[in-house]
Design a protein around this ligand. Structure first.
Ligand SMILES: [Zn+2]
Length: 414
C-alpha cells in the first residue's frame, strides 16, 4: 500500500461513530446517546441503532455491529468490508475524502452490481413488512367483526332484565323505570380460555353477560366489553372462573376487538356538551344514578385507565416519593412514575373527545397505586385540554377513601 493510501485508511479509522453517522446522513433522535432507526440496508422499524457515548453501532436485522465507523458505513451501504475496493469505498464514505488513485477503486461494474444488490434487499424487506402488516390488519378486522357480532346479537336494555338487576345490585339502588342505558344483555355468552390438546379454544364458562360497545370517534363500533354476571355471588355479582397458568384469578371482564381510541356509551347522547367519563361501566352508572341521569350529559366508560388518560409523554417521568424496588444488582432504586403530561404525538390513543364538549369530568378510582393513578389522571385532564381547547376538564375522586363511586352509591351517599 502506498503512503497516501495508509494515511487515507488511518484517517477513516480515526472517525468516531458520531462523526460517521453525520457523514452517512443517519438520523439523530431526540435521545442523548442511543439513536434507534430503520436500517438503511435492512429496513425494520428500529432495527438499526448507534450509540454516540459508547461509540458502537448495531443492526438487529443482519445481526452485525461493532465499534468501528468503517464497518457501519459498509453495512448501511451494502458494502462488503472484507473486499478491498469496497472497504476503501467505506473509508471514503466516513471521511468524505476520495480514495487515493493507485488503490484500485471499486470498478463501475462492481459498483452497479452492489447498488443493485442493495436495492433488491430493500425491496425484499419492504415486501416482508407489508406482509406482516396485512396479517395484523386481517387479525384486527376479524376481531372487530366478532365484537360487532356479539354486540348485535345481544338484547337491548329494555329486554335485559339480568343486566338491570346486576347494576341495581352493584349500586344497591333501583334504576329509574323505563331508563334506556346503552348496555345490552347476552343470555349465554361463552368464556373461552386456553386450548385443549387438539389446539381448540376451551369453553370454561357460559352464562349471562353485560355487553357494552366501543365506538370510535366516528360513532362506529370497533370492539365490545363483556362482563359475565352471577346474580347470586356477592359482592360483585360476577362468576368465579378459576385461575390462569400463573395462578392469577381469571377476570370476569373481557374486551374484544379494539378499545384504544374508543368509548363505551352508558347513558345519554354524545352530542351533549357535558361528558362524564370513567374507567368502568359500573362506576359511570353509579355517578349517573347519583346525578339522576342528567339529560344534558353523556355518560361513558373508557374501559381501562390507559384508554381514559392516553399515553404519557417521555419527558416528565419522575421518582416515586416513597416506593422503591430492588434492581438486578440487588440495589434499592426508586420506582419511576409515568409522566403526568400527555404524549403530544399520541393524543388520539385514548377515548375520543369531541370539539363541541364544554365540560368533561374524569372519574378517578382508587384500586391501583395512588401516585401512578394521580399522575395518569392529570395526564388525562391535560390531554382533553389539548384536544378540545374549549372544554374545561376536571377530575373527581370518590370521597371518604372509597375505592370508586360505585361503592359510594352502594353504601349510601354522604
Ligand atoms: Zn442492517
Amino acid at each position: 500500500m502506498s503512503v497516501a493510501l495508509d494515511l487515507f485508511v488511518e484517517a477513516a479509522r480515526a472517525v468516531s461513530i458520531e462523526e460517521a453517522a453525520g457523514a452517512l446522513n443517519l438520523q439523530f433522535t431526540k435521545k442523548r446517546h442511543e439513536h434507534p432507526q430503520p436500517c438503511p440496508a435492512c429496513g425494520g422499524k428500529d432495527c438499526f441503532s448507534f450509540n454516540t457515548q459508547k461509540n458502537v453501532w448495531n443492526c438487529r436485522g443482519a445481526a452485525v455491529g461493532g465499534k468501528d465507523a468503517i464497518g457501519m458505513a459498509a453495512h448501511v451501504n451494502g458494502l462488503d468490508a472484507h473486499r478491498r475496493p469496497e472497504f476503501l469505498e467505506a473509508c471514503a464514505l466516513v471521511t468524505g475524502l476520495p480514495v487515493p488513485d493507485e488503490a484500485g477503486q471499486e470498478s463501475e461494474t462492481d459498483r452497479a452490481a452492489r447498488l443493485q444488490r442493495l436495492e433488491q434487499q430493500r425491496l425484499e424487506n419492504e415486501r416482508r413488512q407489508v406482509e406482516r402488516q396485512n396479517a395484523s390488519f386481517d387479525f384486527r378486522a376479524r376481531e372487530q367483526a366478532q365484537a360487532r357480532g356479539i354486540w348485535e346479537r345481544a338484547a337491548v336494555f329494555a329486554q335485559a332484565p339480568i343486566v338491570r338487576i346486576y347494576l341495581e345490585r352493584r349500586l344497591n339502588k333501583p334504576l329509574p323505570k323505563g331508563i334506556r342505558l346503552h348496555l345490552r344483555q347476552a343470555t349465554s355468552q361463552t368464556y373461552w380460555h386456553g386450548r385443549d390438546e387438539r389446539g381448540f379454544a376451551t369453553e370454561i364458562h357460559c352464562g349471562p353477560a353485560m355487553i357494552g360497545v366501543f365506538l370510535d370517534a366516528g360513532g362506529l363500533p370497533i370492539g365490545c366489553h363483556i362482563t359475565w354476571i352471577d346474580l347470586k355471588r356477592r359482592p360483585k355479582f360476577r362468576p368465579t372462573l378459576g385461575r390462569d397458568e400463573k395462578g392469577k384469578e381469571l377476570p370476569a371482564k373481557k374486551m374484544r376487538g379494539s378499545k384504544k381510541g374508543g368509548l363505551i356509551p352508558v347513558f345519554g347522547e354524545a352530542r351533549a356538551r357535558r361528558w362524564i367519563v370513567g374507567e368502568g361501566i359500573e362506576t359511570v352508572t353509579a355517578v349517573a344514578w347519583a346525578e339522576e341521569f342528567r339529560p344534558d350529559t353523556f355518560y361513558c366508560a373508557a374501559g381501562d385507565l390507559g384508554n381514559l388518560t392516553g399515553p404519557p409523554a417521555r419527558a416528565g417521568r419522575y421518582k416515586h416519593p416513597t416506593l422503591t424496588k430492588t434492581n438486578k444488582n440487588g440495589r434499592r432504586i426508586p420506582v419511576m412514575v409515568a409522566s403526568p403530561f400527555p404524549d403530544p404525538a399520541r393524543l388520539q390513543d385514548g377515548f375520543p373527545i369531541m370539539p363541541h364538549v364544554r365540560e368533561c369530568v374524569l372519574l378517578g378510582e382508587r384500586d391501583s397505586e395512588p401516585e401512578a393513578t394521580a399522575s395518569a389522571m392529570a395526564r388525562g385532564k391535560g390531554r382533553i385540554e389539548m384536544l378540545a381547547p374549549n372544554c374545561t376538564a376536571a377530575i373527581a375522586w370518590p370521597p371518604g377513601g372509597r375505592g370508586d363511586f360505585c361503592e359510594l352509591v352502594c353504601e349510601g351517599m354522604g
